[in-house]
Design a protein around this ligand. Structure first.
Ligand code: SAH
Length: 504
């Protein structure tokens, strides 16, 4: 056993689930953040237990062949990336191994079966600048200057950086304009400790297919309504007599509006002492209330070549929208392929969100039924369907584990059901895309009762995926294809698409 502050030299032989390097000395395991598989490092123990310890990387003695210089100088301290110092191909291997290991250990699938069913992970051609959305916190450094950037890992300390390697290049110019404006007019950043100051966050979104940009400044106007009204002077300026939420707002808007692609500038009012970033009250100051983007279908058999066919989305500051549209196209095209649609099928899409997968499916199926817990997302799904001229998708608000069993119980007992309810009762395909905790058992058992020909499981957590696949396979399905997709390069997350078919 070792103690706190002990310094050890160790070779890194494995990568942990959070991307940390793992090394062993005489059976004693060290977890070392920022150490890379294949490194030999000097590490200092921070927290020692009987059989293992968490240690800090002090020095790389011999770098791993997989170690690369991170593109971002803050990669180690910033909480956004975990494995930027690992070569991208090694990142992809780490993620594919993570999925395989969970399917082996938790799902109890055999090596041979996984060997036969698992397809190569889908990586990005250029794994940088892929995020179409970022939220930058504002604060003050120790010299009193306003700054913006990212939170350091597990803290709310801001690392000043307007040039994140994962975000779009436009972020830097936009943030520069906001910071300059704050400095010039002495506008205070929000201070979370005392709950005072005006500018809390800047939300920046970009539609990759359209080039449209959105800036939404999250501001704190104070709790007290009197302060609020005195802060807001109605001004009849060239921007349509809008309230002045930010001092010299017109000047700020004019600078931002000059940026090519700028489409929407708004404020979101958040007067609460909370970690929730966005406030629900949004006011458009300039341009449109939304930006647009298109998610295209890809040919998964032809290097994910992008087709002209796609679904367009209107995105407001509060809308959910996938942060990596490029890989979303690939993942959802894979799910669509797995669904094997010919135009005659009825399909359930459970955990459907704003209907990204549902609307893809609707273009190729007879009828699609989406289920989602958040009412606002269902409103967006319905509107997205309308805007794309899709009339064969219906959406239901509720928990998948309640909506599906309740519907099944009610309709399966009934004689002479309508054509609609009978196609819903015996769908050809069920697609699920649950959050990290996976599907509820009640949902899985109703899926089995409905007995579709195919089940497509899209997962963001391979541990719960493995658990749920075991239930579906024991319930009469067989694994056909498994394919991991890297939606979040430089993080430890990995998505997986799986096709199960009914055993005959
Ligand atoms: N495919 C969707 C995203 C799925 S993310 C899209 O592209 O929009 C998972 C979704 O499941 C989220 O929208 C979340 O709100 C929803 N959700 C979480 N728990 C749920 C439950 N018990 N029943 C139904 N939906 C749920």
């Amino acid at each position: 056993m070792y103690n706190k502050d002990d310094r050890l030299t160790v070779s890194i032989t494995d990568t942990g689930i959070d991307g940390e390097g793992i090394g062993k000395i005489d059976g004693y395991t060290l977890f070392i953040k920022d150490a890379v598989l294949g490194d030999t490092v000097e590490a200092k123990i921070m927290k020692a237990k009987k059989n293992y310890a968490y240690a800090r990387l002090e020095k790389v003695i011999a770098p791993s062949p997989f170690r690369v210089t991170p593109k971002c100088e803050f990669a180690r301290s910033c909480g956004g990336c975990q494995i930027q110092a690992l070569d991208y191909n090694a990142q992809l291997k780490f993620k594919a191994d993570k999925v395989r290991n969970n399917l082996l250990r938790i799902g109890h699938f055999s090596e041979e079966e996984l060997e036969a069913k698992m397809e190569p992970i889908v990586g990005m051609d250029d794994p940088y600048h892929y995020r179409g959305k970022a939220q930058f916190p504002f604060g003050t450094d120790k010299n009193g200057n306003v700054i913006t950037g990212f939170y350091a890992g597990r803290t709310h300390n801001i690392i000043a950086n307007t040039d994140c390697a994962l975000g779009v290049e436009d972020n830097r110019e936009i943030l520069g304009i906001i910071l300059d404006h704050m400095k010039k007019h002495n506008i205070p950043a929000y201070n979370e400790t005392i709950g005072k100051g005006l500018i809390r966050h800047a939300l920046i979104r970009k539609g990759f297919a359209t080039g449209e940009l959105m800036v939404c400044l999250v501001i704190n106007l104070g709790k007290n309504d009197a302060t609020k009204t005195s802060t807001l002077q109605r001004r009849s300026n060239t921007y349509g007599g809008a309230y002045e939420y930010i001092p010299e707002q017109g000047e700020l808007i004019a600078s931002l509006a000059k940026i090519p692609g700028m489409t929407s500038i708004s404020v979101s009012i958040n007067n609460e002492k909370t970690n929730v970033i966005m406030g629900t009250e949004i006011h458009t100051l300039w341009g449109q209330p939304v930006i647009h983007d298109t998610i295209h279908m890809c040919d998964t058999k032809d290097g994910f070549r992008v087709s002209d066919e796609g679904i367009s989305y209107a995105i407001s500051p509060l809308s959910f929208y996938q942060v990596n549209p490029k890989q979303t196209e690939r993942l959802y095209s894979l799910a669509l392929d797995y669904a094997g649609l010919t135009g005659k099928e009825s399909v359930w899409d459970l955990y459907c969100g704003i209907g990204t997968i549902s609307l893809f499916l609707a273009k190729k199926a007879k009828q699609v039924y989406g289920v989602e817990i958040i009412p606002q997302a269902i409103d967006d799904a319905r509107e997205n369907a309308r805007n794309n001229g899709i009339d064969n998708a219906s959406f239901f608000v509720g928990k998948a584990e309640e909506v599906l069993p309740e519907f099944y119980e009610k309709e399966s007992g009934r004689t002479g059901s309508s054509v609609l309810s009978s196609s819903m009762l015996t769908p050809d395909v069920i697609v699920v895309d649950p959050p990290r905790k996976g599907c509820d058992e009640a949902c899985l058992s109703t899926m089995l009762q409905m007995n579709p020909d195919r089940i497509v499981y899209v997962s963001c957590d391979s541990a719960t995926l493995a658990r749920d696949l075991r239930i579906l396979v024991d319930g009469g399905y067989k694994l056909k294809n498994i394919r991991p997709v890297d939606m979040f390069p430089h993080s430890v997350h990995v998505e997986t698409a799986v096709l199960l078919i009914k055993e005959v």
